[in-house]
Design a protein around this ligand. Structure first.
Ligand code: TYD
Length: 197
């Protein structure tokens, strides 16, 4: 089973993904938690591009989309291996992040993103953890804001894209989960959707 946890920066993905892993392991499942961007060297190139102020320029958008997609192709080998060995794989970000973040760049189209992200394993469930942007920013401030991607106006647009994602990826099981509450409540909803008591 492949479970994707998505949402804007500061929505609480990492906390929920780790909690979900622990709970499933306590129930006896083999769980593999992993995240994208996957490779630290590719992530470093990505960060150096994002940190330059670039006005959502087409070339940066396409370059970033391709870098994330390349990273993802490398990561697939590991994901497929774990799934074949019976693990539940929890993925903290997947191509859905490109459909929400990179789509905001001029010249980056859905068609382009589909082409460069085709041939990837489709997830069984996608959980979009939703919180108001102000709540996310407050959480990020506590950690120290680090990139261009963590600005309020940008995150508002990313959040809008997440809320529309179900209409774009119609064949996928995408669930928007309120994460502006106690993490245990979010986990309870996720477990009930995936049918694990
Ligand atoms: P993030 O998971 O926030 O890393 P960290 O925990 O180290 O901050 O991911 C880094 C950023 O990359 C985040 O702002 C979202 C962005 N991102 C994309 O724009 N597109 C993608 O395809 C992926 C996987 C991430």
């Amino acid at each position: 089973m492949l479970i994707v946890i998505e949402g804007i920066d500061g929505c609480g993905k990492t906390t929920i993904a780790e909690l979900l892993k622990n709970i499933l392991e306590n129930k006896g499942y083999k769980v593999y938690l992993t995240k994208e961007p996957f490779r630290s060297d590719i992530k470093a190139i990505i960060k150096s591009i994002i940190e330059k102020k670039h006005d959502l320029n087409e070339n940066f958008g396409k370059a970033l989309s391709l870098l994330f997609a390349a990273d993802r192709q490398i990561h697939q080998l590991e994901i497929k291996d774990k799934i074949s060995k019976g693990f539940i794989v929890i993925l903290d970000r997947y191509y859905h992040s490109s459909y929400t973040y990179q789509l905001l760049y001029k010249g980056v189209t859905l068609d382009f993103l589909e082409k460069i992200n085709s041939s990837l394993l489709k997830p069984d469930y996608v959980f979009i953890l939703d919180v108001p942007v102000d709540v996310a920013i407050e959480r990020l401030m506590k950690r120290g804001i680090t990139t261009e991607y963590e600005r309020k106006d940008f995150l508002e647009k990313v959040r809008e894209n997440y809320l529309k994602l179900k209409e774009i990826l119609k064949e996928e099981k995408i669930f928007i989960i309120n994460n502006n509450r106690n993490p245990e409540e979010t986990i309870r909803d996720i477990l009930s959707i995936i049918g694990i008591k």
